[in-house]
Design a protein. Sequence first.
Length: 293
Amino acid sequence: MVLWHNNRILTARTVREYAIAYLDTWFRVCVVSRFALRIAFGVRLSLMDALPHTTAGPPVPPVAPAALTRRQENYARCVASGMSYAEAFRQAGLVATTAGSRSRQIHELNRNPKVVRRIAELKQRNDAQIESTFAERASWLRLVTQADPAELSRVVHDPCGNCWTDEEMARAIAAHFAPNPFNPDEPRPALPDTDKPRSECPHCRGDGIARVVLTPTDELSPAGRALFKGARQKENGEIEIFMHDQAAALDMLNKMHSSYVTRSLNLNANVAVHAARDASPEDAMRLFEAFGS
C-alpha cells in the first residue's frame, strides 16, 4: 500500500509509525491532563477545608421553617395582644365541641414551638411600639407645657391718625439735621419712627391704637405648633385661636412619669347598733357624733 503526502511516498510502515507517534502523544497529553486535574481538585479541597465554617462540599441552603396556619397566626396575635387563652381561641376561629377538647387544643397550641416563637416575637414588637408611642406622647406633652402662648398672637400699638402729621414729621426731621450751635458735640435726636406712636401726641398720649397680630403657622416654633389647636373665623371677621390646655398636659405628663398616683379607698364596716328606741335626742346626737369621729 502506497500513499502520497506532501509530495512524499508513504508506505505502510511509515503510516504505522505516524499512527504510533500520534497515539503516544495523545496518551501523554491525557495523562498530563488527568494529573493536572487531580492536583487542581486537591488544591481546591485543601483551600475549602482551610476556610472557617465551611466544608469541602457545596453549601447546603438553609431550610425555611414551615409557616403557621391562618388560625395559628390569629391565635398568636390574639395572645400577644393580651387576650386570655380561651378568648384568643374563640377569636382565632378555632372550634371545639367540648370544654375538654378546647383545653386540649389550647394546650397543644401552647406547646407548639412555632406558635410560642411567634407569640414571643409579636410581644416584643408590641413592647417596642408601646415604648415608641410613649416617648412620642411624652415629647409632645413636654412641648405643649413649654410653649409660650404669646408666640401665637401678640398685641401691637400702631400710631393714631394724629401722631405723625406733616408738621410733626417736618419738625422731627428738622430737629435731627439741625446742628446745635451752643454744643456741637451734643447727640442729635433720632429720625422719627413712624411705625410707633408719638409720645407727645395729644390725641392718644403715646398709646396709639392697639390691635392683635396673629403669627403665621409656618413661623411658629415646634412648641408653638404643639400648643396651637386650631382657629375659627367669625361672621364679623374676627379670628378666634384655640390652644391645648397646658395645665391638663402637665398633669398628664406627670401621670405618665408616675410623679404622683391618685388612689381612692373604700371601706365597708359592719357595725352592730343597738336599738335607740328609748334614747333621748341628746343620746342620739352623741351616738351620731361618735360615728363621725
